[in-house]
Design a protein around this ligand. Sequence first.
Ligand SMILES: C[S@@+](CC[C@H](N)C(=O)[O-])C[C@H]1O[C@@H](n2cnc3c(N)ncnc32)[C@H](O)[C@@H]1O
Length: 349
Amino acid sequence: MQQMLLICRPGFESDLAAEIQEKAAARAVFGFVRAKPNEGFVVFEGQEPDAAERLLKGLPFQDLVFARQWLAVVAHLPQVDPQDRINPILEALSGQACHSAWMSYPDTNDGKGLSKLVRKLERPLEKALAKQLNSKAGFHLHLFFESGTDIWVGLTPVKNAAPWPLGFPRLRQPPSAPSRSTLKLEEAWLQLIPEAQRASLLKPFQKAVDLGAAPGGWTWQLVQRGMQVTAIDNGPMDKALLDSGQVKHLREDAFSYKPPRPVDWLVCDMVEKPARVAELMERWLVQGWTRFAIFNLKLPMKRRWLEVSRILARMETELESAGCVYQLRAKQLYHDREEITVFAAPRHY
Ligand SMILES: C[S@@+](CC[C@H](N)C(=O)[O-])C[C@H]1O[C@@H](n2cnc3c(N)ncnc32)[C@H](O)[C@@H]1O
């Protein structure tokens, strides 16, 4: 397979294009990217016929910041008969075994309008594929609907992709959480911490610090996990959270606050220059004030990939030169707008 289709937040196509081109080239997979503004996806066109296989083998999906999901393209069917979508798909697949049948569409207004069609196709597709579906297969069949009649038939590896077809989990706003930002931290945990490690990393009685905490959406998540939280913000915190007995609110400046003792978790969601936040996080990690950190970096208006890659590379270098053996994992989450979320953890935890 020569092409990869990658899904992103609409408006970030050029950032994803720059990122995938750079990361593919670093693995000696050369090609160019077709990307149109606000379409919510890009297509990497490899030079070699096995470019997609080589990318899937050499590039961990979790290393991509701006991609929500990806598929190696088996066939592009730009004008499918709306009376019979399934047979051309089966023909394109030519008997390939698949773990399951996934369908997705761009996260645009037109794209979201396709969700009904996708639901309607689920049963008939699974029926038609019955002989090909096999839970041991390494790939999901992935149909990406550019429109109701323009379908990309592809394969998404079970073990090297986001575990949700569209690339993000559907989360409900908890009624007692004080802000919508709460979903950002919940999604970050699901997206950035592998499932097998989540329970051992997020445990009751752990100590956490939330920098820029008010009104308390992120603190709420930490409290739900049974943690003891120090919330730093000059603004007011949600009263019910303070009444939980698990939260200590300090009206201090996040840039000068020092924890009296090391903590397990640092989280930080401040609207600040990304380089300044990165430096603050470096300080906490290098000083050993926290073991794990999750923080947001606001994105610049232009050339966002360039800026993000510079900041992350600088952080990695600084941490390494201080003998701090850490890994950084960054992602633009579904709940992130003009920002990305970063998870920092000791390399061997
Ligand atoms: C986006 S809000 C945080 C929302 C919070 N994560 C939630 O889920 O409810 C950013 C917060 O950072 C705080 N903030 C900004 N700069 C700060 C600083 N230097 N020290 C402490 N808090 C700061 C603001 O007062 C604001 O409440």
